[in-house]
Design a protein around this ligand. Structure first.
Ligand code: LMR
Length: 403
């Protein structure tokens, strides 16, 4: 029955980890997937997370019952407050519908499905994604039936934002189209709009009647400050417009495999939000019935307990600072080796990644000759680097860009 089934290619991001695992070379480095590592190259369990988990396991009332279809209610409330801020008018007016989701991917997928079903018939099923964007975005929206279009984002020459191109593309988007925005720490480029550019994008979004869909996977990771990293989202929400938000706790709480995330839909009124939530449940039920409880319970405890919350913020700052230190280390090592060209973008880019501009053949050589595993678009996860490995990476980069 399945003789005709063809071998699928490995995933461009997750497949890098598989290749790294299979690589027997002792010098191997995994700079592919965006997962934080310690200076020793080990996964990091946050102390606040460990403590929340210990408390939960010690609680005699804990059990393994089903969660509601919409998930852990405390987690949902705390998640949207974390993103929108306690002072948010939308929150105070009770017009945000939130459901727990299977991390960022699940939130995007449920959100896209909901939009495909419930956007007014007059809205085109068209989504605008930045070029480039996180590889999974395209498939997620395409699977939900959206026509995927790109807007200019990254300017290769300046390795910065192509703000003019972006504005021009969005200004010609059909009214009612969905606009995917990375809330902060754009993946893969590490290039974000400035506050002034965000204000201008809000105006364009408003003028073209686009529906913003924020993907917030790195809140707290860009600057080390949870509020600063939510500024773009809060600016849009404060304008009173409807919007959609996907949140992930994979990176900022290190809950990767727990799949803790949330989807929020900011509506015009509380009555609409109640109806939207009821429809989100209809999307979720036939997909996976209800979400897993463990990760969301941890995240709710960390957000809700003042002591754990303070501990979390400190650790988050520590992770963001270590990534920044890795940027400086890599830049120093590259400069010391007279790497051709200007590499100062390594210092300027924001978040977990550096988008190096290395070509596909150069990346392939990095993997084959140097056992440095990365995505073939030239993105490297700075979070996977350490003081000990930065010189090796710099040596390898100089080799592949000059050979
Ligand atoms: C990444 O871009 O490396 C992360 O968002 C992990 C993933 O799921 O692709």
């Amino acid at each position: 029955n399945w003789e005709h089934v063809e071998q699928a290619p490995p995933d461009p991001i997750i497949g890098v980890t598989d290749a790294w695992r299979a690589d027997p070379d002792p010098r191997k480095l995994n700079l592919g997937v965006g997962a934080y590592r310690t200076e020793e190259g080990k996964p990091y369990v946050l102390r606040a997370v460990r403590e929340a988990e210990t408390q939960m396991l010690a609680d005699p009332a804990s059990n393994h019952e089903y969660l509601p279809i919409s998930g852990n209610a405390d987690f949902c409330r705390l998640s949207r407050t974390l993103a929108l801020g306690a002072g948010s008018a939308a929150l105070q007016e009770g017009r945000v519908a939130t459901v727990q989701a299977l991390s960022g991917t699940g939130a995007l997928r449920v959100g896209a499905e909901f939009l495909a079903q419930h956007l007014p018939a007059s809205n085109p099923r068209v989504v605008y994604l930045p070029s480039p964007t996180w590889g999974n975005h395209k498939t997620i929206f395409a699977k939900a039936g959206f026509q995927v279009r790109e807007y200019r984002y990254f300017d290769k020459a300046s390795r910065g934002l192509d703000f003019g191109g972006m504005t021009a593309d969005l200004s010609s988007a059909p009214p009612g189209a969905v606009l995917l925005l990375h809330a902060c720490a754009h993946n893969p480029t590490g290039v974000d709009p400035s506050p002034e550019q965000w204000a201008s994008l809000l105006q364009t979004t408003h003028d073209r009647q686009l529906l913003p869909f924020f993907d917030s996977a790195y809140q707290g990771f860009a600057s080390g400050d949870l509020d600063a990293d939510a500024a773009s989202l809060r600016l849009f929400a404060a304008s009173g417009m409807e919007l959609v938000l996907a949140q992930s706790f994979a990176k900022n709480m290190g809950l990767y495999g727990e799949r803790a995330g949330a989807l929020s839909v900011v509506c015009r009124s509380k009555a609409v939000a109640t109806r939207v939530e009821s429809q989100l449940k209809l999307v979720i039920r036939p997909m996976y019935s209800n979400p897993p409880m463990h990760g969301a319970a941890i995240a709710a405890r960390v957000m809700g307990d003042p002591r754990l919350n303070a501990m979390w913020k400190e650790e988050l700052k520590g992770m963001a600072d270590r990534i920044k230190a890795m940027r400086s280390a890599l830049y120093r090592e590259l400069t010391a080796r007279n790497a051709p060209g200007d590499w100062s973008f390594v210092l300027k880019q924001i978040g977990m990644f550096s988008f190096t501009g290395m070509t596909r053949p150069q990346c392939e050589l990095l993997v084959k000759k140097w056992h440095i595993h990365l995505t073939l678009d030239g993105r490297i996860s700075m979070a996977g680097l350490s003081a000990a490995t930065a010189p090796y990476l710099a040596e390898a980069i100089v080799d592949v860009v000059t050979s």
